[in-house]
Ligand binder design. Structure first.
Ligand SMILES: C[S@@+](CC[C@H](N)C(=O)[O-])C[C@H]1O[C@@H](n2cnc3c(N)ncnc32)[C@H](O)[C@@H]1O
Length: 229
């Protein structure tokens, strides 16, 4: 029997509303980037991991750039906000002109279309953005896709939990995500699905130490040791 949901609950669950001025910092689970590299970037986009440059221009705290570095020799990272990781720069204020072979990023939702136009102007070989599947709709996207037909869309079949401001290794979500990819000069190809089991297969024991902030200090005061007299 299907559980009853209050009216409107499903729509709320699958939407992620952000205020227009939000930086939209939702870190990507490291395993999700590794799955993109393994199933999409290397075999389908044809990234040459040893000799091509990759750039995440909205790197946050490096949750995506660091897993990219596990496979690609040259990865640069920047963000408009000083998170203490990567260079600090506004991607949309960059001068046009090629800056990297590939741009891979999880862009701020409200600026994702502008990010794609900018990425296509700045990447020599191609670009891919991680977006929720609902992003594929709307007239603004229609105009983008008519002007720049994607090479391919790769859907996660597993849920990719993303939370504002932090990565939660045991998190869950009702939002679906996919990668929209462009490869310069290549004919579009059919969509693909990133196979299940990636979260378990590609989570590393070290990830939690690398990306989870230590728990808040306990809310009690530790008594000072009595001083020797
Ligand atoms: C969804 S988060 C992705 C963070 C990281 N790439 C990851 O996957 O974990 C979006 C990031 O875009 C950054 N951002 C927002 N506007 C930006 C801009 N104009 N230029 C560069 N970065 C921007 C935010 O600070 C935030 O870190």
């Amino acid at each position: 029997m299907t559980a009853m949901l209050p009216f409107g609950a499903r729509a709320l669950m699958s939407s992620r509303q952000e205020p227009a001025d939000s930086l939209d910092f939702f870190p990507t689970p490291p395993w999700a980037t590794r799955a993109f590299v393994r199933h999409v970037a290397l075999p389908v986009l044809g990234v040459l991991g040893d000799c091509e440059t990759v750039w995440d221009p909205a790197c946050g705290e490096g949750h995506m750039a660091e897993p990219l570095r596990e496979s690609f020799a040259s990865v640069s990272a920047s963000d408009i906000h000083p998170y203490g990781y990567g260079d600090v720069e506004d991607f949309l204020a960059q001068d046009a002109g090629v800056q990297a072979d590939w741009i891979f990023t999880n862009p701020p939702f409200n600026l994702a279309v502008a990010f794609v136009y900018q990425a296509l102007a700045q990447a020599a070989r191609g670009a891919a953005v991680l977006v929720r599947t609902g992003w594929l709709h709307t007239i603004e996207r229609y105009e983008l896709f008519c002007q720049h037909p994607p090479f391919m869309i790769a859907y996660y079949v597993e849920r990719v939990p993303m939370h504002r401001g932090r990565w939660e290794p045991d998190g869950s979500t009702a939002t679906d995500y996919c990668w929209v990819c462009w490869v310069r000069g290549a004919e579009p190809r059919p969509s693909m699905w990133i196979p299940p089991g990636q979260r378990e297969l590609l989570s590393h024991p070290d990830d939690i130490r690398r990306w989870c902030k230590p728990a808040a200090l306990p809310l009690f005061e530790i008594e000072a040791e009595p001083e020797d007299c």
